[in-house]
Design a protein around this ligand. Structure first.
Ligand SMILES: Nc1ncnc2c1ncn2[C@@H]1O[C@H](COP(=O)(O)OP(=O)(O)OP(=O)(O)O)[C@@H](O)[C@H]1O
Length: 309
């Protein structure tokens, strides 16, 4: 488990061809050999993070340093969430899902492959089950991206008496089942389910050709059965990994959005603001502000570890 419960990594992407063509220039640099970035704003401003990746950093560098260690925590029974946050076009989806070349594989691919390898090779894990859910929060409406017949229907967010958040279909007496959790047994299966879900995602607008217009939450529910070789005590260890691709924050004056697109932006920005407030409140142990996005990314209060005599 890392020493601190929130780590922040900053990634500066290279200029895109069209940005170079339009005469844009780099205004943020990583200070060599440090985890600091410097803004070129006349007087120099420097900011420190846990990790800082410059335009030359590969997907592998980002994964190995900032995400791979979290898999060990997950296997130990800790709940883990990775958020990709930033302005529209800053590279969140690229970082999580990857680019068009083989060497540009995103964090989700790396996690999928390593997680199954670690579980299969672990000497303490007798067996395990993994399930996944893939939800989209668009304009404050929640949709299940793994359930085609109902993906167009809105899910409702509810909390049980233990403060666990559930996403349910229907309301009141019609409230029948929670969002779909698909069992997965390999990285290939996980990634093909993801491709299925991605096709249903809301995308596109002007500042970025393939812009995500929704917050997307991939959750892996892991249950491991651990057998102690000395005592034969069996333990069931449950933990959750969330990989969250947040919609890009944006300024209405820069996007030129009007009408429904402007309304989308307002929902995106208000969700991000609430999330930022919650993280800030948690850091200073204040009272969090609640919104759909913050309910969905909350980790459950289920016991992480159950012992079976
Ligand atoms: N590290 C990188 N190296 C090369 N190209 C990158 C990198 N990061 C992002 N890009 C490119 O920049 C463009 C925008 O990236 P991306 O779509 O991931 O942004 P985003 O933050 O997810 O945007 P939005 O919030 O609008 O969905 C894409 O063409 C992507 O291929």
């Amino acid at each position: 488990m890392p020493d601190v419960c929130v780590n922040v990594a900053v990634r500066v992407r290279p200029l895109l061809r069209k940005e170079m063509f339009n005469g844009h220039r780099v205004c943020v640099r990583v200070v060599p050999g440090t985890s600091q970035v410097m803004l070129d704003l006349g007087k120099k401003n420097t900011f420190s993070y846990h990790y800082a990746f410059g335009p030359e950093s590969s997907q592998e560098d980002v994964y190995d340093q900032s995400v791979r260690p979290l898999l060990d925590s997950l296997l130990q029974g800790y709940n883990v969430t990775v958020f990709c946050y930033g302005q529209t076009g800053s590279g969140k989806t690229y970082t999580l899902e990857g680019g068009s070349q083989a060497e540009e594989e995103g964090l989700i691919n790396c996690v999928a492959h390593d997680l199954f390898c670690l579980l299969d090779e672990s000497s303490e894990v007798a067996d395990y089950t993994m399930k996944m859910s893939y939800l989209e929060l668009y304009m404050e409406e929640l949709r299940d991206l793994l359930d085609l017949p109902t993906s167009h229907k809105v899910l409702h967010i509810r909390e049980d008496e233990r403060k666990n958040t559930a996403s349910l279909r229907g309301v009141g007496l019609e409230c029948c089942s929670r969002s779909h959790r698909e069992p997965v047994t390999s990285a290939g299966e996980l990634l093909s389910n993801l491709d299925f879900g991605k096709a249903l995602r809301h995308t596109t607008h002007r500042m970025n050709d393939q812009s995500s217009r929704s917050h997307c939450i991939l959750t892996l529910y892991l249950q491991q059965r651990i057998q102690d070789p000395k005592t034969s005590l069996r333990t069931v260890r449950t933990s959750i990994l969330r990989l969250v691709d947040l919609a890009g924050s944006e300024r209405a004056d820069k996007t030129g959005n009007t009408g429904p697109r402007l309304k989308e932006s307002m929902h995106i920005n208000s969700g991000l603001l609430a999330l930022g407030n919650v993280i800030r409140c948690l850091a200073i142990r204040g009272i969090p502000v609640e919104a759909s996005l913050t309910f969905l990314t909350e980790t459950p209060s289920l016991p992480d570890c159950l012992e079976i005599p």
